[in-house]
Design a protein around this ligand. Sequence first.
Ligand SMILES: [Fe+2]
Length: 346
Amino acid sequence: MILKTRVMFGDFVEVLRKLELGGRGLLCCRRGFDHRRLEGMELRVMRVSPEPELNELREYWEEVREERFDYVLAIGGGSVIDAAKVLAALMENPGRIEDFIGVERIGRKARRLIAVPTTHGTGSEVTKYSVIRFEELKLKRSVVSEHICPEVAVMDEKLMMGLPPDLTIYTSMDAFCHNVEAYLTKLSDPLVDLVCEEGIRLFFEGIEGAMRDELDGRKKMMMCSLLGGVAITNAQASLIHALSHVLGGMHAIPHGLANAIFLPAFLRFYAGDEKFESLQLRMGVRVAERIGELFEDYRLKRLSDFVTEREAVEIAERAFQNQRLVGGNRKRVTVDDMKRLALESM
Ligand SMILES: [Fe+2]
């Protein structure tokens, strides 16, 4: 197990003060974020749009490439942190963003990056991933590099209060998927297993409280998301993310929802798996049933709300080509398995 990021908990302003960040920083945040609490820090503010496309990232870089920054501070959801990772990498590795795509394609460690998540989904504050949307290819592709792991993650559940219900359930589902997918890869090890098991437990304990916008529920989801990030950076995600990266490239669907759509069929695919069964016995939770109930309670959409059957098959075929994610599974996966999974999600 490797954790490249120093993880700190508490009021984010106090923690940032403790870090004594000297010099000038590039603050990446979402449009509505009020940065007045950060007075005293010398910051250039950059607003990041949700799930930015490659060309938008290029524009962000053009805006700031001539300026000098001592660090990058990302305060926001996965899109903001992922964009900040790319900008911090470019500061040390001049070149084209698309050349970063793939596994360990970045030569030098990114500029000092501090990540403060305001949603509880991606776990990007501790991961080596940045997901980029390619409009032309109708696909999402990943930068995978230890050189973009944030140096510090600041965990403050108060920042997550007030997240709207749809984003709450979507981001929580993303965090859950990271834990359960990583758990069912061949790459997991005994320590990663413990992380995933705790992440899965926290999800079921906290999801209802988070949906009621209670601080304790938010904290549990924040931890679930953080653990999911540790899990996928040491093991990796798998079938659900292979499918959702294709779906999310074809249609503007929030990442967490795109994952949730494939989750029930993925759990059925792993029904009877020895490791998965023993986890459920120990936890005393029938995972697929509980997820089914949450689908009912929170009226989550299905794949058929977005695509035709023909498109579902196409999604499966394209997702199967992502052997980085598909090949790591505990169970052998064929293209027909992927098609079945997509069609069952309709
Ligand atoms: Fe994800």
